[in-house]
Ligand binder design. Structure first.
Ligand code: PAZ
Length: 310
């Protein structure tokens, strides 16, 4: 009898761009594995759950992909080559600094002479220059690969393909699973083909449990990698218990717990032996410091200790 996750793959087709992404992952990993580098797979943003095959409506969640996008910059800074596996149109490293009107406000338009000119305002150069330098270094040296998903099923296919490529890095690979993956879905064979009509009675949509991919990921796909999962809760009294339950069940290395309301300034690191908080003070927040800087520093330190054990 096949397991829950195996039947998921057997009953859900890969996304149309799957083979292209698989090739990109293989080439990227082969190139960097030759150089004995450390690598991190960052998953980021939320998955959707379609309610129709020709999808007009879907279930979604709150995640904008901030954690993943910000962490990616800090992993690159610490010398890790990075696969940024993100929800299409969610926040991305580097460009996140210029989202919305922020970028427009950095520019100056001069239409007075014969040629219109656009320049970066002097006080914005200091902001733009270091970000641009980091972006160029990552891009031009091929140290970051962007692959995207939308639905929970796309996420499943992409994650397994990434793991197949990462396995050869053994202990040098970190999996940093920050995406908010749906816990419930409607299986493909139960989806209507066309848009659900609103004329008749209200639809009764039955959701089922999504299989937990951490199980095959840790035990079969990347058994030697340093696997970090995230746990989000809204009730603080169960956060550490739930994180510890996940560690006991899947036997990976670290769970980073966070609360919906305080996730920008506080997380808890839960390891098999202990747990400790990482907190940004009000002053640090006001200075523009990001909690991902200390999260990534701590993950890297834990990963370094892990590598030394072999
Ligand atoms: O994307 P974001 O920065 O708004 O939120 C990050 C987060 C809360 C989704 C992430 O830190 C996290 O906890 N991910 C796992 C969620 C879960 O499945 O419990």
């Amino acid at each position: 009898m096949s397991s829950h996750w195996e039947s998921f793959y057997a009953t859900h087709l890969p996304p149309t761009d799957f083979e292209d992404n698989r090739k990109l992952l293989q080439d990227f990993c082969e190139r960097h594995n030759r150089n004995n580098e450390r690598i991190v797979l960052v998953t980021s943003g939320g998955t959707t759950v379609p309610l129709e095959h020709n999808t007009v409506r879907f279930v979604d969640n709150f995640s904008a992909g901030t954690r993943g996008a910000v962490s990616t910059e800090y992993f690159l800074e610490r010398g890790y080559v990075t696969i940024f596996m993100h929800r299409l149109k969610s926040l991305q490293p580097f460009t996140r600094h210029f989202n919305g009107q922020k970028f427009m406000d950095m520019l100056e338009l001069d239409e007075r002479g014969p040629n219109t000119t656009i320049t970066v305002k002097p006080d914005s150069v200091d902001v733009l220059a270091p970000i641009l330098a980091q972006y160029k270094a990552a891009q031009e040296n091929g140290r970051i690969l962007y692959v995207s998903f939308t639905t929970v099923s796309d996420y499943f296919w992409l994650l397994r393909a990434a793991c197949e490529c990462l396995a050869t890095f053994t202990t040098r690979a970190v999996l940093y699973l920050a995406a908010a993956v749906s816990d419930f879905y409607v299986p493909a064979h139960e989806l209507p083909t066309h848009k659900i009509q609103s004329g008749g009675v209200a639809p009764n949509i039955q959701l089922q449990l999504v299989p937990k991919l951490l199980a095959p990921l840790v035990s079969l796909w990347v058994p030697h990698a340093f696997v970090v999962s995230f746990k989000l809760e809204t009730d603080e009294s169960i956060l550490i218990t739930k994180a510890r339950e996940a560690l006991n069940k899947y036997k990976h290395k670290l769970v980073i717990g966070n609360m919906l309301q305080t996730r920008r300034n506080k997380v808890v690191f839960v390891t098999p032996d202990n747990h400790y908080d990482l907190v940004l003070t009000r002053e640090q927040l006001l200075k523009g410091m990001e909690i991902e800087e200390i999260i990534v520093a701590n993950v890297v330190a834990n990963h370094t200790d892990y590598i030394k054990m072999f």
